[in-house]
Design a protein around this ligand. Structure first.
Ligand code: SF4
Length: 409
């Protein structure tokens, strides 16, 4: 096993999600320029941001109970970090660098990290107030794995103005070289989330030309996504989390009552048809997001097969029982149960010839990207791999030119 982990950083990334890590007392994460460990963040992440060999960025659980008995530990040796399994060295790893802007405030006086934070190499912004499933009366109807309602006001600011967001996006572009900004919202009465996000999207596109994505509930008027496509949005993501209908209802009561699984699926299907219906220079990807470990692996695999069959790309998170959430008492999934799921993720994306790994400089710490799962599969897709490589080259060149045009702003 140890040898396999040393040779296969993708397997290591997956195993670390499932087992977490213990930090040896000699680790000096922030003093050594690493990113602060947030107790909870973005509903799923909570841990230490690391870079594994192969340039795999990851967010490893450290604060949850299961991590305290992990076989993995991190040690600081001569200013470098070594990952160990029990007492044996696995491999050296790097701390994801904390940019200088993390220690600054906006001109309005808010810490910049309360406006947005790096997740891997992109900027994530939880825009607007807390998801209303958390404040529903007479009873909360939040998703049971979610920590967003525990988090806001602690790690995030309650309100974020257009100018504040632009200030942080500019800092992240100039100092961290981000290429992509991801907006995330919960549910708001009246489906106002797209109206809230549009002014931010328009300004980022006009002034900075960065790639922009939105992750919101599925708007009841699906034609709204045609407009998003036209104004240059590059990614829409719908988190239905669970494909098993009964478990979806149990674990996501708000989503079930408000939209229902079928509307989530219809939004994924509809948006995947918009690829060729917007500006040609703006790439468009539709994601259906699920959490592996909250339903049987076969059900996650069925979800992956369905998402890819309609031309969308699955985003697959590994369930993490975050502190303070309704599911904190559960165990994380076992790595051996997750390997077939992530293997299928890679294979299904390749079989359906979906674009992956094409956008420049996007490394994601909270999930395994489909292209990162290549080494979990024995199958090779030489022609599709070549095509993706060529697409990445062309898109990287075009995008570089576009960014250069905006660089002076
Ligand atoms: S929709 Fe669910 S996962 Fe998303 S913020 Fe609301 S409670 Fe959390």
């Amino acid at each position: 096993m140890l040898q396999e982990l040393r040779q296969n950083p993708a397997l290591l990334k997956l195993d670390l999600y499932c087992k977490g890590i213990r930090l040896d007392e000699n680790c000096l994460v922030e003093e050594d320029g690493g990113r602060k460990i947030l107790r909870t963040r973005a509903g799923l992440g909570s841990g230490l941001e690391l870079i594994l060999p192969g340039n795999l960025w990851t967010n490893v659980p450290v604060t949850e109970k299961f991590a305290s008995h992990s076989p993995y530990s991190l040690h600081r040796e001569n200013g470098r970090y070594m990952l160990r399994w029990e007492r044996l060295d696995v491999m050296p790893v790097e701390l994801a660098p904390r940019p200088e802007w993390y220690d600054r405030s906006t001109t309005t006086g808010k810490p910049m990290t309360q406006i947005g934070t790096l997740q891997g190499t992109y900027l994530g912004i939880y825009q607007a107030k807390v998801c209303e499933y958390w404040t529903a009366k007479p009873q909360k109807s939040n998703c049971k794995f979610c920590s967003v309602g525990l988090n806001l006001g602690i790690d995030d600011a309650d309100t974020k103005s257009l100018d504040e967001v632009m200030e942080v996006v500019r800092a992240a572009r100039d100092e961290s070289g981000i290429t992509y900004v991801d907006f995330n919202t919960g549910h708001y009465e009246g489906d106002t989330y797209l109206d809230i996000l549009e002014p931010f999207i328009v300004r980022i596109k006009k002034e900075l030309g960065l790639l922009v994505g939105v992750q919101t509930p599925p708007h009841r008027d699906l034609t709204r996504y045609r407009h998003l496509r036209e104004i240059g949005v590059n990614r829409v993501s719908f988190c239905f989390e669970i494909f098993d209908r009964k478990l979806f209802e149990e674990i996501c009561p708000g989503k079930h009552a408000e939209y229902g699984l079928d509307h989530y699926l219809e939004a994924v299907r509809y948006c995947a048809t918009l690829t060729h219906k917007g500006p040609r220079h703006e790439p468009w990807v539709t994601n259906g997001e699920i959490i592996a470990g909250l339903e049987p692996p076969e059900s996650s695999i069925r979800a992956i097969d369905w998402i890819t069959s309609v031309g969308a790309v699955p985003t697959v998170c590994v369930f993490r029982p975050l502190i303070g959430t309704d599911l904190e008492h559960l165990d994380p999934p076992r790595t051996e149960d997750m390997v077939p799921v992530f293997r299928r993720l890679y294979e299904a994306c390749m079989e359906h010839k979906l674009p992956m790994g094409v956008a420049p400089n996007i490394h994601v710490s909270l999930v395994m990207l489909p292209e990162e799962c290549r080494s979990l599969s024995p199958n090779r897709y030489p022609w599709q791999s070549l095509k993706l490589k060529a697409m990445a080259g062309v898109f990287g060149w075009q995008y570089g030119r576009r960014l250069a045009q905006h660089a002076a702003t």
